[in-house]
Design a binder for this molecule. Sequence first.
Ligand code: MLT
Length: 269
Amino acid sequence: METFNISTPNCPNVFYRKAGKGNPVVLLHGFPENGDLWSRVIPGLAEMFTVIVPDLCGAGQSSLPEGATTMEALAEAVAAVLQHESIDHTVVAGHSMGGYTALAFAEKYPEQLKGLSLVHSTATADTEEKKQIRRKSIELIRKGGKEPFVKGMIPNLFAEQFKEQHQEVIARQIERGMELSSDSMIAFYNAMINRPDRTSILSEATFPVQWIIGKEDSVVPLQSALRQSCLGNTDFVSLYNEVGHMSMLEQPETLLNDLRGFIAYCYNH
Ligand code: MLT
């Protein structure tokens, strides 16, 4: 795997990984993660495709820009990576907040998209209740409460049985979450609070859309994901039993197979 750092007008340093060869796919991580989140599916995808995995600006090795973080700004950095790679068409797969970024990319650059995979994500905006919960978390983080915040949120991302049987995975994710600075956490949470509803991107999509849904996801309600999955023309829906919000850790082989099938479809139709 190769790694690169580029500079964009918005983000002084955008770090990304690149592996494999063939048609491209971009993998966007969620919160509070970085691109390493995808490490269990990258090798399998790289056997068939060129896999590009950035750290979103403010996460991992990419710097947090000075101005306000928005999904649009995060998407611009992804566009800059593609430009740097001279890629003008790609499939984008976004996990949760990475999906919100992918939707912002789809809105601005629909002609570049060969397909969009929403992995435990949603095109709806936050509800008022969700915004309130995020504001409370921002307050806690501001007061130095990053650790209780991360320790409180991470276990809830996993299905019950997985959580009981894989405490070491949860502990590793908590460690990884703690690596994100408080400033970045607050910036990402504000970006999520302010993101608009993008369900129209799905109903008007001219590219195939894939939905990866965990039946035990506590972040994206099952019924909402299922309703949205009916909006597009060429939708692929995978519903995983005994999976929460983190199939790339909970059932990586299943996710890999579904991503491979979807990406191949996008390039063959
Ligand atoms: C994520 O996994 O990116 C977050 O859970 C998204 C969110 O809080 O909406």
